[in-house]
Design a protein around this ligand. Structure first.
Ligand SMILES: *[C@@H]1O[C@H](CO)[C@@H](O)[C@H](O)[C@H]1NC(C)=O
Ligand SMILES: *[C@@H]1O[C@H](CO)[C@@H](O)[C@H](O)[C@H]1NC(C)=O
Length: 308
């Protein structure tokens, strides 16, 4: 009698577990279809790390963010470097923190930020996947690569991060003025847009939208050089297991003195017009990213004050 009751209980438990599993799967599937747009990785991460981050921000909750089927590994970071935007700062910070936070930073071989063929993209994805398999600890990578679509090859995607700078900030204007380099070589949109040939086109709306979509889905944080301290706050908040102590580290390596001297030149209005027209989408994109970061930071501040 006692035996059969035990059996009954375990059968009941099995059914419950099965029911819960099936149920949760179907919920997730519906969510994946209907709420793709406007869902941020950041949100997914907050939820998944529910243990550590009970403080889910209202806005994220409002978005209806739920754990999705999309596989993004939060313990693998991929820093896609925008040309000449100052990503070396983040690389230095990661290199300094790897021992302290028990992860490993790996630099991919130098690249040219160019667009990769499907085969090249697949080879790189496989190479990174193999490294991830071999190393049993959290990893961060950096490379002169554009966004890589891991799911295209059935691989689990790392979490992407990056850093941008003001396309019409003083240093860039100075370079343009001095005729050093081509301003169009250092655009940020191609890096986030990815490997489609359209990503390279100047002021292509499709590229701009693709870049934004990829950011919402894969880049929980994009740092902004002009707001580095805030960027680091957000990184530390979202990825403490990589960026714990980043603020101190940054203060040590931060270039001394005034970092962004005011321009000592004046662009001719005609040149200014041309430049602003060429960089129209870049400027919009930068403003969008800046807005996103500062909004995020406010949430961090609010959360912290609430906790006190
Ligand atoms: C901040 O983000 C929330 C939710 O995404 C949005 O509703 C709000 O308008 C944003 N505020 C600013 C200042 O961007
Ligand atoms: C990535 O690849 C998947 C599968 O091929 C595709 O559905 C998705 O649109 C791609 N995403 C990007 C950003 O290219």
């Amino acid at each position: 009698m006692r035996l059969s009751r035990g059996l009954l209980t375990s059968v009941a438990v099995c059914f419950t577990v099965l029911f819960v599993l099936l149920n949760s799967r179907s919920t997730v599937e519906t969510v994946d279809d209907s709420e793709r747009i406007g869902k941020s990785n950041a949100g997914e991460q907050e939820i998944r790390n529910g243990q550590t981050y009970r403080r889910v921000t209202p806005s994220l909750a409002e978005l209806g963010v739920r754990e999705s089927l999309r596989k993004v590994n939060e313990h693998i970071l991929m820093l896609t470097r925008v040309p000449d935007a100052g990503s070396e700062l983040l690389v230095l910070i990661l290199q300094r923190l790897q021992g302290y936070n028990a992860f490993k930073h790996i630099r991919l071989p130098p690249g040219d930020h160019g667009h990769l063929s499907t085969l090249q993209e697949e080879l790189l994805v496989e190479e990174i996947t193999n490294i991830i398999r071999q190393e049993a600890i959290p990893l961060s990578f950096d490379g002169d690569v554009r966004f890589l679509n891991f799911s295209k090859f059935g691989r689990e995607s790392p979490t992407f991060v990056s850093l941008v700078r003001n396309p019409v900030g003083a240093p860039n204007l100075q370079r343009y003025h001095d005729g050093r380099g081509n301003v169009l070589d250092d655009r940020a949109i191609p890096t986030f847009c990815g490997q489609d040939p359209r990503c390279t086109e100047v002021n292509n709306k499709w590229a701009l939208e693709r870049a934004k979509t990829n950011i919402v889905e894969y880049y929980p944080v994009v740092a902004v050089l002009e707001h580095m301290e805030r960027s680091i706050d957000v990184l530390e908040y979202k990825f403490p297991y990589f960026f714990r102590g980043a603020k101190d580290s940054y203060r040590k390596i931060q270039p001394r003195g005034k970092r962004f001297p005011s321009p000592t030149f004046r662009l001719k209005p005609r040149d200014g017009d041309i430049l602003f027209k060429l960089l129209k989408d870049e400027i919009e994109f930068y403003q969008w990213l800046k807005h996103r970061l500062l909004n995020e930071t406010t949430l961090v501040d609010v959360d912290e004050s609430r906790q006190l």
